[in-house]
Write a protein that binds this ligand. Structure first.
Ligand SMILES: *Cc1c(COP(=O)(O)O)cnc(C)c1O
Length: 370
């Protein structure tokens, strides 16, 4: 009887680095400076260096990072922000929270990211920013996005919540646009043990704005220059992230190795496997395949004790919460079709070769049966 295989295994990672994590937590418990402070500043410096940017501002989630990045870019009522319908809800939710209108662009059929050729058509006199998402850990086509943004004087806000360490033409995801957002949700490639996130940028003015807005717009303990939010990163999460960051490259390499192995083992099936353009280095936050038989395959795998995910089953323009944005079924046919076809297989650094083989064998067993 083979063992069950989870989609993500956070315990395996803790088994590997437990003593380092415990020491980091004990350090914070020792001084009880739980909000912002030394660990947050140290992690911000380390993560900025990792991304190859000048500034990092820690916040309490990826969603908060997106919200503050939009606010720092002065996105507000009457503005439009171009983004993708094929993403996690927070990408679009925060545009609506900022009072702006999300303008969606259907995805590229090969990469699942915003189709580069469609972006410029979506620009109007009201467009304020482009918000690409590096879905599954694969950078969006940033040269095209930066070029359109430059010609139309738009800000570029990267949603790099799934792309810690990914490369686009040698540059880190998150280091190319004006300002970028990371999530450290526990299952992300770099994950906290709770909610956490960060904004990174090379622009000192944007960094200052985000730093002010994350902490009630305060300049001193009881003086508030502007109305902000309580979006601070706490020291325990920062200490944990600081202990994990030195391992991130090796973990990303392990994910890539598993992905290449999946690619080999699944090459002769009907599945459409991930496509990685030459000029990017994806970090496989998800290993996502496509199949017309998705629903049958996913229940079969679950029966075999293999956990799978669907990222994502409902495109943004079909979300009940976003019906007032004004889109209808049929507006983004590729996203709609793919939302019925995508399936994410187990993916985490500590997967063993045997587990990858076991998942692949199960996929073959279903395909041969069907
Ligand atoms: C995880 C994620 C977010 C939100 O991050 P949280 O930390 O959960 O708030 C935003 N965008 C994308 C693409 C994500 O994957």
């Amino acid at each position: 009887m083979s063992n069950t295989i989870p989609l993500v295994d956070l315990q395996a990672q803790y088994r590997q680095i437990g003593p380092e994590i415990d020491a980091a937590i004990r350090r914070v418990l020792g001084h009880t400076g739980f909000i912002l402070g030394r660990e947050v500043e140290e992690f911000e410096a380390a993560f900025a260096a990792f991304c190859g940017v000048a500034y990092c501002v820690g916040v309490d989630s990826g969603t908060a990072a997106l919200h503050l990045a939009l606010e720092a870019c002065d996105v507000g009522p009457g503005d439009e922000v171009i983004t993708t319908p094929f993403t996690f809800f927070a990408t679009v939710e925060t545009i609506v929270q900022a009072g702006a209108k999300p303008v969606l662009v259907d995805i590229d059929p090969a990469t699942y990211n915003m189709a580069p050729s469609r972006i410029e058509d979506a620009v109007t006199p009201r467009t304020k920013a482009i918000l690409p998402v590096h879905l599954y850990g694969q950078p969006a086509e940033m040269d095209v996005i930066m070029d359109v943004a430059k010609r139309h004087h738009l800000k570029v806000i990267e949603d790099a919540a799934q792309a810690h360490g990914a490369l686009y033409k040698g540059k880190r995801a998150g280091s190319i646009g004006d300002i970028s957002c990371f999530s450290f949700y526990p299952s992300k490639n770099l994950g906290a043990y709770g909610d956490a996130g960060a904004v990174v940028t090379n622009n000192a003015e944007l960094a200052d704005k985000v730093r002010l807005l994350r902490n009630h717009g305060r300049t001193t303990k009881y003086e508030h220059k502007t109305v902000g939010w309580g979006y601070r990163l706490d020291a325990l999460q920062a200490a944990i992230l600081g202990a994990k960051l030195p391992h991130l490259e090796a973990w990303n390499d392990a994910r890539r190795a598993h992905s290449m192995r999946y690619n080999e083992l699944l090459a002769d099936t009907d599945l459409v496997l991930p496509y990685e353009p030459e000029h990017v280095r994806a970090i496989y936050h998800c290993y996502t395949v496509r199949s017309a038989a998705r629903d049958g395959l996913s229940s079969f795998l679950r029966q075999k004790g293999i956990d799978v995910g669907i990222h994502y089953p409902i495109p943004m323009h079909l979300q009940p919460a976003l019906k007032d944005v004004g889109y209808r079924a049929g507006d983004f046919p590729i996203s709609e079709r793919y939302s019925q076809m995508v399936l994410s297989l187990p993916m985490y650094p500590e997967l063993t070769e045997e587990q990858v083989k076991q998942v692949s064998d199960a996929v073959h067993a279903y395909m041969d049966r069907a």
